[in-house]
Write a protein that binds this ligand. Structure first.
Ligand SMILES: NC(=O)c1ccc[n+]([C@@H]2O[C@H](COP(=O)([O-])OP(=O)(O)OC[C@H]3O[C@@H](n4cnc5c(N)ncnc54)[C@H](OP(=O)(O)O)[C@@H]3O)[C@@H](O)[C@H]2O)c1
Length: 341
C-alpha cells in the first residue's frame, strides 16, 4: 500500500422503514492516507465480506438496534476476511489474516480488544474463502447452537428453519451427523430438493407452498424435540405448537422480523411452554471463541469425510454488497453469501 490510496466505502443513505433496499446505501470513494494508529489498534485491508442478515438490525433507530445504530452517513459494519497492514496491538502483526467485525470499506482501523465480536484469527493453512465459507462464523454458529445450546440426543426429531441457508444447512447436517431425524423448512422446491439430496435431511417443508403446522403434525406424531430457529414469526409459532414435552428451542435468529418494522414477537401461549417444560435459549457465536480450533477441526473433518457440504454463494465486486444484502431477505442466496472486494 502506498501512503495515499483510494478507500471505497458503502454508507447508510436512508434508514429503511420495513424492507431494506439497495437505495438505502451509497457508495463513496475518498483518498486514504495511512493513519497513525493508537495503542491497541490495527489497520486492515478488507478482502472478502460475509453478508449477514444481522446487519439489518444496525440500520434501525437506536431504540431498536441491539448492537448500536448506524448513523446516516456511517459506514456499514460487517464481518470480513482481512489482512493486517499495520499493528499497534501486541496480538497482531503485519501480514496476519483474520475474520473480524469490520466495515464495508477497503481499509479499516480496528481495535480488537474493544470489538463487540471477538476477532477470529485465520491460520496460514486456511484461505479467506474457507474461513468465511465452510469454516465461517455461520458454520460455527450452527455447530455451537447444536452442540452447546441444543444438545440433541440421537434419534430425536430436530426441525431447522431457513434450512437451505448458510447457518441452517450446516445445522441440518450436524444434527444428522449427531444421529437425529431432521425436518428442514425452506422456501421453494429447489431448496427443498437440495436439502433432501445433498444435505440428506429426512423430510422438508416448503413454507411458501405448504401449511407448516399441518405438515409438522403429519411428520412429527410424537412432537418436535429440538427446534433450531433462524426465522421466528409464524414458523416459530407453528413449531412451538408441535413441540414434544421437554423440548428445546435454540434461538439463533429471527429473520422474518428484521425487515418487518416491528420487534420480533414471541410465541402466543407461554403456558404451553411452562407445562411442556420447554427450554428456549438464545446465543451468539462469539460466546464460544475459546472453542474455535476444536470446532473448526471437527467441521473440517466432517467436510473431508463427505458428511458435511457447505454451499458458498460467492459474488465478485465491492459494488455488489448492497444487492447481495437485499438478496438475503428475498431468499435469493444459495448458501453463505460472500462478496469479494
Ligand atoms: N446467533 C448468532 O450468533 C448468529 C450468527 C449468524 C447468523 N445468525 C442468524 O441466523 C439466521 C440465518 O442467517 P444466515 O446468514 O445463515 O442467512 P441465510 O439463512 O443464508 O439467508 C437468509 C435466508 O432466510 C430466509 N428468509 C428470509 N426472509 C424470511 C422470512 N420472512 N421468513 C422465513 N425465512 C426467511 C431465506 O431463505 P428461504 O428462501 O428459505 O426463505 C434466506 O435465504 C439469521 O436469523 C441470522 O440473524 C445468528
Amino acid at each position: 500500500m502506498s501512503d495515499v490510496t483510494e478507500n471505497r466505502a458503502w454508507t447508510l443513505k436512508s434508514r429503511p422503514e420495513g424492507k431494506v433496499s439497495v437505495d438505502d446505501f451509497v457508495l463513496s470513494a475518498a483518498s486514504f492516507s495511512r493513519p497513525a494508529l493508537a495503542s491497541g489498534e490495527i489497520l486492515v485491508r478488507n478482502r472478502l465480506f460475509a453478508v449477514a442478515p444481522t446487519i439489518r438490525n444496525g440500520l434501525n433507530t437506536p431504540s431498536r438496534a441491539y448492537r448500536g445504530s448506524i448513523p446516516i452517513g456511517g459506514t456499514i459494519p460487517g464481518m470480513a476476511g482481512a489482512e493486517v497492514l499495520d499493528s499497534r496491538h501486541p496480538g497482531f502483526r503485519r501480514g496476519d489474516r483474520l475474520v473480524a467485525l469490520s466495515r464495508w470499506e477497503d481499509f479499516s482501523v480496528l481495535a480488537p480488544d474493544r470489538a463487540p465480536v471477538p476477532v477470529f484469527p485465520i491460520p496460514p493453512s486456511m484461505d479467506f474463502e474457507e474461513a468465511l465459507g465452510p469454516l465461517s462464523p455461520n458454520s460455527l454458529t450452527a455447530y455451537f447452537g447444536l452442540t452447546e445450546v441444543g444438545r440433541p440426543l440421537p434419534g430425536e426429531t430436530v426441525v431447522v428453519s431457513a434450512a437451505a441457508g448458510s447457518v441452517g444447512s450446516v445445522a441440518c447436517q450436524i444434527a444428522r451427523i449427531l444421529g437425529c431425524r431432521i425436518i428442514a423448512i425452506a422456501g421453494g422446491a429447489d431448496k427443498c430438493a437440495w436439502l433432501s439430496k445433498v444435505c440428506r435431511v429426512d423430510a422438508t417443508i416448503d413454507y411458501k407452498a405448504e401449511d407448516v403446522a399441518t405438515r409438522l403434525t403429519a411428520l412429527c406424531p410424537t412432537g418436535v424435540n429440538l427446534y433450531f430457529d433462524n426465522v421466528g414469526g409464524e414458523i416459530l409459532q407453528a413449531v412451538v405448537d408441535a413441540l414434544a414435552p421437554k423440548a428445546c428451542v435454540v434461538l439463533c435468529g429471527q429473520i422474518s422480523a428484521y425487515d418487518s418494522g416491528a420487534p420480533a414477537s414471541g410465541p402466543r401461549d407461554m403456558m404451553k411452554l411452562v407445562y411442556g417444560r420447554v427450554r428456549m435459549e438464545g446465543f451468539v457465536v462469539g460466546d464460544y471463541v475459546d472453542q474455535l480450533n476444536t470446532a473448526r477441526d471437527r467441521l473440517r473433518g466432517w467436510i473431508e469425510r463427505g458428511d458435511l457440504v457447505v454451499r458458498t454463494d460467492l459474488r465478485r465486486g465491492f459494488e455488489h454488497l448492497p444487492k447481495a444484502f437485499v438478496d438475503l431477505f428475498a431468499g435469493v442466496n444459495a448458501g453463505t453469501l460472500l462478496v469479494e472486494a
